[in-house]
Ligand binder design. Structure first.
Ligand code: ATP
Ligand code: MG
Length: 253
């Protein structure tokens, strides 16, 4: 079966003021797969993933060129509804950032904004989202507690549940486990694998084992360029580029 693309990125460039941070980047994001982005600090991983739901719009002096499309629609076209885009393409950050409100309210916040009002329906969304984020069993009896009373790993899964509550198609994760301990990390890693049944995941990681273990496709970036993009098994066993090989074998710099 040929994998279908949800996102196509073709010769994409980005500048922060004078400084070019992405150079002729091309890659695709395959539907219901996990795509990992790896590469040394400052190579542009966060910049690239943040372009995918236009988070860089908020950065002064940021300019883009080239094409990035989502289900065939140009993400950077003037007619793109950015609110809707971010509903379809959700984002999880490095540090868990739950809202300072109850566990339940964290989940119902988005659906309410998007017009869901029926209590039954909201209850269903809360349970479904928490189950999908593998958090239900741990928090079902403290839905009214403050989200800030959860552990870091639980908070991160709550943020994932919050994203799932509005039915995204793609979930972007920028180093979602870097602030977490090994047990919490492996729970999120297992979750990324589970989520791909229903969603498409793009994950930035500094952890090569994590990339190799959980992703289907891997992109290796270096100083703003996509050096290699291929199936993960290929990138890790038979990289085409010498830079990739040096990076994945730890012989870098
Ligand atoms: N808001 C910004 N304004 C100006 N330059 C920026 C901005 N954000 C990032 N940069 C620069 O763009 C380049 C790419 O940064 P980016 O954060 O995308 O790297 P990264 O691969 O995510 O690094 P890390 O692994 O350390 O998170 C870096 O040189 C960085 O200094
Ligand atoms: Mg980064």
């Amino acid at each position: 079966m040929i994998d279908t693309n949800v996102m196509d990125i073709d010769k994409f460039n980005l500048w922060y003021g004078e400084k070019q941070a992405l150079i002729e980047v091309s890659m695709n994001v395959r539907k219901n797969k996990v795509t990992a982005l790896i590469g040394p600090s400052g190579c542009g991983k966060s910049t690239l993933i943040r372009c995918m739901n236009r988070m860089n719009d908020l950065v002064d002096g940021c300019r883009v060129e080239g094409r990035m499309s989502f289900n065939g629609q140009d993400i950077y076209d003037k007619s793109t509804d950015v609110m809707l885009l971010r509903k379809k393409i959700g984002m999880i950050f490095q540090k868990p950032n739950p809202f300072p409100m109850s566990v339940r309210d964290n989940i119902t916040y988005g659906p309410k904004i998007h017009g869901v009002t029926k209590p039954d329906e909201l209850d269903e969304i809360v349970e479904r989202s928490l189950r999908q984020a593998a958090l239900w069993d741990e928090v079902h009896d403290r839905l009214e507690h403050s989200a800030l009373s959860l552990s870091g790993g639980q908070q991160q899964r709550l943020c994932i549940a919050r994203t799932l509550s509005i039915n995204p198609e793609v979930i972007l994760m920028d180093e979602p486990t870097s602030a977490l301990d090994p047990i919490a990390t492996s729970k999120i890693e297992d979750l990324a694998g589970e989520l791909q049944k229903d969603y498409t995941v793009v994950i930035v990681t500094h952890n090569m084992q994590q990339a190799a273990r959980i992703s289907d496709y891997t992109g290796f970036m270096y100083i703003g360029r996509m050096i290699e993009f291929d199936r993960t098994d290929k990138v890790f066993s038979k990289p085409s580029d010498e830079l990739t090989e040096r990076y994945i074998t730890g012989r870098f710099g």
